[in-house]
Write a protein that binds this ligand. Structure first.
Ligand code: FES
Length: 155
C-alpha cells in the first residue's frame, strides 16, 4: 500500500467517524429533548371557550337538540332534572351518531353502536361512553365549556 493510498483511506475513515459521531450527537440530543418534554408538564393554564347551546324552555324534557360546535355535531339532551351535552362522534370509529327520540337513545349506524340518553354504551362495539361537555346554566340559558386545544409537541 502506497503512502497516498494510506492517506486516502485514513481521510475516508476520518470522514466516516465524524459522520457517525455527528449523527450520534443529533440523535442523543433529540432523544433527550423529547424525554424532557414528555416528563415536564406544560405550565400553560387550560383555556376554555363557552358556547351557548340552547334555552331551557326550547328543549322539552326527554328531547335532544343537535347543534354544531367547531364544525362538529353536539347533542344537547334535556333529562328529567338536568341538561347533558354530548359529542355526536361515536367512540368506536368516529361515525356520527343519531338521536332516536322514540327510544331516547343515540344510535350509530356504522356498526350498530347504541348509547343511552346519558351517553353510556348499551350495545354494539363502542368501547366507552360518548364524550361529554361540562354544562353551565345561567338563568334560562344552557352553555358548555370547551377546552381550547394547543398543539402538543407530539402532534
Ligand atoms: S363507528 Fe359507531 S359503532 Fe362503529
Amino acid at each position: 500500500m502506497g503512502r497516498e493510498t494510506a492517506l486516502k483511506q485514513s481521510r475516508r475513515e476520518f470522514i466516516i467517524k465524524v459522520g457517525v459521531l455527528g449523527a450520534l450527537i443529533v440523535g442523543i440530543t433529540a432523544f433527550t429533548r423529547n424525554l424532557y418534554l414528555f416528563f415536564t408538564p406544560s405550565k400553560k393554564e387550560k383555556t376554555y371557550h363557552k358556547y351557548l347551546v340552547g334555552k331551557v324552555d326550547e328543549i322539552p324534557i326527554g328531547k335532544a337538540k343537535e347543534i354544531m360546535i367547531q364544525k362538529k355535531p353536539v347533542f344537547v339532551v334535556h333529562l328529567e332534572d338536568e341538561f347533558k351535552v354530548f359529542s355526536g362522534i361515536c367512540t368506536h370509529l368516529g361515525c356520527i351518531v343519531k338521536w332516536e327520540e322514540n327510544k331516547s337513545r343515540f344510535y350509530c349506524p356504522c356498526h350498530k353502536g347504541i348509547f343511552d340518553k346519558t351517553g353510556k354504551v348499551t350495545g354494539g362495539p363502542p368501547p366507552r361512553p360518548l364524550d361529554e361537555f361540562t354544562v353551565e346554566m345561567d338563568n334560562n340559558l344552557v352553555f358548555v365549556k370547551v377546552e381550547d386545544k394547543d398543539k402538543s409537541p407530539w402532534s
